[in-house]
Structure formats: C-alpha cells, structure tokens
Ligand binder design. Structure first.
Ligand SMILES: Nc1ncnc2c1ncn2[C@@H]1O[C@H](COP(=O)(O)OP(=O)(O)O)[C@@H](O)[C@H]1O
Ligand SMILES: [Mg+2]
Length: 245
C-alpha cells in the first residue's frame, strides 16, 4: 500500500488581481496503511490540500511524494466528496459499475460490484435509483464507487458532514471496519473535532493554511467519546484554537 509525504507545499490563488495564500509551507507524512484526519474550520485549506494530493488542483510550490506504490510511479488515489455526486439515471449497482467502465473484463466488474454491495450493506438497494435512497445510503454508494477501483490511498472530504448524528456514527464505524479490513491508507478531512479524534490515528490541526498541531491518537477502535483520554485530546485541540483567536 502507498503512503504520502508532503513537503513545503504552498498554494496561491489569484482572483481578480488579488492573491490569496490558501496553503503555506505544509509538511505532512501519511504513513502507508494509516488513517490520518485533518481538522480545521471552514476556509482553512482542507479541500485545497486534498485536491492537490488527488491531482485535481495544481500546487504553487513544494513536493508531494507517494511512497511504496505497488507499481512504481503509478499511484492510485481515490477521492470521496462531501456530496455523493451519483448519477441519478443509474441504479446503485450501475453507479458502482460505472467507475469500472474502462474495464473490459465484465465478470470481474460484476463480482467486484457484488462484493462492494455486500461490504457496504447495499445489496437490497442495488436496483434503487439515487432518489430512492437515504443520504447515508447515497454516501455509502459514493464510497463504494471509490472502493470499486481499488485505490491504495482514499481521500475523503467531509463525506459525512450532511448526515444526522446516528447515521454519521454508524458510517464512522463502517469506515473503521473498512480501514481495518482493507489495510488501505486514509486521509479524511473534517471540520468536526470529535469526528477527527474518533477516526484518526493521527489528527492534523489546520488553521489559515498552516498546520498548527499534530496529535498521535493512542486509543483502540472503536473509541469511546466519553473516555478521559479522548476528552483530553479534544481539549488539547480546542486549546490550540483558543490560543490563536
Ligand atoms: N479556486 C479558488 N480560487 C480562489 N480561492 C479559492 C479557490 N478555492 C479555494 N479558495 C480559497 O482558499 C481558501 C481555502 O479553501 P478550502 O480549501 O476550500 O477550505 P476548506 O475546505 O478548509 O473549507 C478559502 O479562503 C477559499 O475561498
Ligand atoms: Mg472544504
């Protein structure tokens, strides 16, 4: 599995002759088979960082290096967005199969889609259209679509932000299951401090385009948000924010 090293990354946006520095000298290591969360308030540069790592946005300076790729120089990065972005005219199983549209081996595609339907508890909904399923289901399909092409690194941009608290916790636990079983590398962005600590082996705290703090989370899955150590981590992150405001 692959990991990731970000060195001195910067990003400047130019908008109507104004320049805005969205990322300033970001240094970050995402070890292979680890689950890293990035937390920060809206506008601090989280999406920009993920989009650059995914290759969807150019960088202004710095380097991104993928480590231990299966095929040298060929990284496999998948991204899951906040909105599920499903195709409304395709069923759940067709949406999943669509991500493998270039694959000629149709029986491989069929088996892979069946696999993902099982893993994500979507089997009974495979013939449903996006308008007929809940937000939580739609987000599962969105994750499933990424899992279909078997990326080594999965980037997630606030994928659970629009869900109610109960569905959100359920999907967080499912994500932990997938992480543990798949051994893939996850980089998960959220503005929710509790979610960041619940999921991350390391939490990276961002503010105004810089990394303020990195905390190793020394707790087993599934975590108890009332645990004293959990609350200490939370306090530490909130104190970092207090110190800058
Ligand atoms: N394409 C763009 N052009 C100009 N400014 C942008 C662009 N994308 C993001 N920004 C700015 O960069 C900052 C960081 O944005 P973003 O990475 O989306 O933050 P976050 O995901 O943490 O909310 C914001 O101030 C945003 O307005
Ligand atoms: Mg964002």
């Amino acid at each position: 599995m692959a990991g990731l090293i970000v060195k001195n990354l910067s990003k400047v946006f130019e908008l109507q002759n104004e320049i805005f520095q969205a990322l300033k000298d970001i240094n970050l290591v995402v070890p292979e088979k680890s689950f890293i969360t990035v937390v920060g308030k809206s506008g601090c540069g989280k999406t920009t960082l993920l989009r650059i790592v995914a290759g969807l946005e150019s960088k202004t300076g710095g380097h991104i290096e993928f480590t231990n790729c299966k095929e040298k120089g060929k990284k496999k990065v998948g991204i899951v967005f906040q909105e599920p972005r499903l195709m409304p005219w395709l069923t759940v199983e067709q949406n999943l199969a669509f991500s493998l549209i270039k694959c000629k081996d149709k029986s491989y595609v069929k088996d892979k889609v069946e696999d993902i339907l099982q893993i994500l508890g979507l089997y009974d909904f495979k013939k449903a259209y996006p308008s007929q399923i809940s937000g939580g289901m739609a987000q599962r399909v969105s994750l499933g679509r990424t899992l279909c092409f078997d990326p080594e690194i999965i980037l997630m941009d606030e994928p659970l932000g629009a869900l109610d608290a109960f569905t959100r916790r359920k999907l967080q636990n499912e994500l932990v299951d997938i992480f543990v079983k798949s051994g893939k590398t996850f980089m998960f962005v959220t503005h929710d401090v509790e979610e960041a600590i619940y999921l991350g082996q390391k939490v990276v705290v961002m503010n105004d385009g810089i990394i303020m703090q990195e905390i190793q989370i020394d707790l087993d899955y599934y975590r108890n948000t009332e645990d004293s150590k959990f609350l200490e981590y939370k306090k530490s992150i909130l104190n970092t924010y207090k110190s800058i405001n």
